[in-house]
Design a protein around this ligand. Structure first.
Ligand code: ADP
Ligand code: ZN
Length: 439
C-alpha cells in the first residue's frame, strides 16, 4: 500500500529531530529571558531567583528556576507592564474575553504578527487546508484573537478568507453557498447550530463545497466530533489556543486527528500537578504550562493556562516530531466557557453586588437551547423590591441584563426570584449549575 501523503506548511521545521527542537528552545528561551529582564515585572521576579542575565540559563532544566506567571499577574501589569520593545514597535493589541474587570492584554510587533500567522498556517496546513480553499471565519472579529489572528494565518497559507465574523446564520449559509466555502472556523456549538439552519434553508447539502471544520475555543468530546463529522459530512479538526499565547493555533490536529501537535519550536510546554506545581510523569494528566518563544513585544514565561490535559507520548504517524496533547478534560479554576466566550462567576457576582434591590442569593444556570449554550442568572430580590410594582422589577431586570452584557459580552436571561426561594447551601454556596450534557 502506498504511504499516505500528509500536507505540511514547513516540513523541515515540523519534522526536525527532537534534539534540534531542544537546541532551538534553549536558544530562544535565553532570548526571551533577556527580553523579560527589560520589563520591571520580570526583572524583579527573575532577580529574586538569581537570574539576572540570559547567560544564567544554561540548559532547558533552568526553566524550572523561573517562577510561574498567572492571569492574575497579567491583570496586575495591565495594560503595558510586560512591554519589552519601544511602544512605537507595537502594531496590534488584543484582549481576552472576560476576566473580572480588567482584561488581559497582549501586544505584538509586526514580526510577532507574522510569526503568529506562520504558526497558524502550519496548523491549517496540518489539517489539510491549502490555497485552493475558501475559508469562512465565523469567530468574532475585534479584540478577541479568534478573528484576526486566525484570519492572518489563513491568508498566509493563501486561502481565500471570508471574514464573516460570528452570528447572522442565514447570511453565513448564503456566503458558504455562493463563495463555495470549503473550510469553516467556528466553535463546536455554533457548527451544530449552523448545520441545523442549513438543513432548514433553501439549499441542499450537495450544493456546498464544505469539507473541513476547524473547531476550538471551547471543550468538546470525541463523540461530539464524530457526530459533527457524520451529520455535517466534513472532517472536524480540534484547534487550541488562548489570547495570552497569541490566540488559536497554539496546538492543532494533523490529518490523523489523534491529539493536537504543540509547535514546540515556538512554545515550551510543561504539564504540572496543579497542587504540588511539580511536573507530572510523562503522559499523566495535569495543567498545561506554556512559555512563549516567538514573541518579542511581550514575554510570557511559564504561563499557567489552567487547562487540564496530558501529553500523548507515542510519536505521530504523520511524521511531525512536535508532541501532541490530548483533548482537554477541564480547568483548574471556575471559568465557564459559554458559546466560546470565557465567563467567570465572579464577574456576574460583581454586577449583582453593585445593583440595588438584589437579595442574598443567586444561581448561574448554563444549559443548551438547541445547539447553543444559554446562560440564565436567577437572582433573589429584596422583600421591598418584591413588594413593589412590576415596573420596578422590570427596571432591575433590564439594568442587570445590560450591565452583565457590557462586562461579559454575552446576553444572559435574568430571572428575578422571591426572597428565600433559591435554596441556600449549608456549607459553600453552589453558585453555578451547569446542565450542559458532557458530550
Ligand atoms: P480562544 O477561546 O480564542 O481560544 P480565549 O483566550 O478567549 O481564547 O480562551 C482560551 C481558553 O479557551 C483556553 O484556556 C481553554 O480553556 C479554552 N479553549 C480554547 N480552545 C480549546 C479547545 N480546542 N478545547 C478545549 N478548550 C479550549
Ligand atoms: Zn500528526
Amino acid at each position: 500500500m502506498a504511504e499516505r501523503e500528509f500536507s505540511f506548511w514547513d516540513k523541515k521545521a515540523e519534522t526536525m529531530p527532537r534534539n534540534e527542537i531542544e537546541t532551538i528552545q534553549l536558544e530562544l528561551l535565553k532570548k526571551q529571558v533577556e527580553n523579560a529582564l527589560l520589563t520591571p515585572f520580570y526583572k524583579e521576579r527573575l532577580t529574586k531567583v538569581g537570574i539576572t542575565s540570559p547567560n544564567d540559563i544554561k540548559s532547558l532544566d533552568d526553566l524550572k528556576r523561573i517562577p510561574f506567571t498567572t492571569k492574575h499577574d497579567l491583570r496586575e501589569v495591565y495594560p503595558y507592564g510586560l512591554l519589552a520593545v519601544p511602544h512605537s514597535e507595537i502594531v496590534r493589541v488584543h484582549a481576552s474575553s472576560g476576566t473580572t474587570g480588567t482584561p488581559t492584554v497582549i501586544y505584538l510587533t509586526a514580526k510577532d504578527v507574522d510569526m503568529a500567522a506562520d504558526t497558524m498556517a502550519r496548523g491549517l496546513a496540518a489539517a489539510g487546508c491549502n490555497r485552493y480553499d475558501t475559508c469562512q471565519n465565523m469567530m468574532t472579529y475585534g479584540l478577541f484573537t479568534g478573528g484576526m489572528s486566525f484570519h492572518y494565518g489563513a491568508e498566509k497559507l493563501g486561502m481565500t478568507v471570508v471574514p464573516t465574523s460570528s452570528g447572522n446564520t442565514l447570511r453565513q449559509i448564503k456566503f458558504m453557498h455562493d463563495f463555495g466555502t470549503s473550510v469553516t472556523h467556528a466553535t463546536p456549538s455554533y457548527m451544530l447550530h449552523l448545520h441545523q439552519a442549513m438543513k432548514e434553508s433553501e439549499y441542499k447539502r450537495e450544493e456546498f463545497k464544505w469539507r473541513i471544520g476547524i473547531s476550538g475555543a471551547e471543550p468538546y468530546s470525541e463523540q461530539l466530533r464524530n457526530k459533527m463529522e457524520q451529520e455535517l459530512g466534513i472532517e472536524v479538526y480540534n484547534c487550541y489556543g488562548m489570547s495570552e499565547l497569541n490566540g488559536p493555533g497554539v496546538a492543532f490536529e494533523c490529518q490523523l486527528r489523534q491529539g493536537m501537535h504543540v509547535w514546540e519550536d515556538r512554545y515550551i510546554m510543561e504539564i504540572i500537578n496543579p497542587d504540588t506545581l511539580e511536573p507530572v510523569k510523562d503522559g499523566e494528566e495535569g495543567e498545561l504550562v506554556m512559555t512563549i518563544l516567538c514573541r518579542d513585544a511581550m514575554p510570557l514565561l511559564r504561563y499557567r493556562t489552567r487547562d487540564l490535559t496530558h501529553v500523548i507520548t507515542e510519536p505521530c504517524a504523520c511524521g511531525r516530531t512536535h508532541r501532541r496533547i490530548a483533548r482537554f478534560t477541564g480547568r483548574t479554576d471556575d471559568m465557564l466557557i459559554i458559546n466560546g466566550v470565557n465567563v467567570f462567576p465572579s464577574q456576574i457576582e460583581e454586577v449583582l453586588l453593585k445593583a440595588k434591590g438584589v437579595g442574598a442569593n443567586y444561581l448561574i444556570v448554563v444549559d443548551k437551547k438547541g445547539d447553543l449554550d444559554k446562560l440564565t442568572v436567577q437572582v433573589e430580590v429584596t422583600p421591598e423590591v418584591f413588594a413593589d410594582d412590576a415596573r420596578v422589577l422590570n427596571n432591575l431586570r433590564d439594568t442587570l441584563k445590560s450591565e452583565m452584557q457590557a462586562l461579559i459580552t454575552i446576553n444572559p436571561a435574568i430571572e428575578l426570584k422571591e426572597p428565600g426561594s433559591i435554596p441556600q447551601a449549608e456549607t459553600k454556596a453552589k453558585r453555578v449549575n451547569d446542565l450542559r450534557p458532557k458530550d
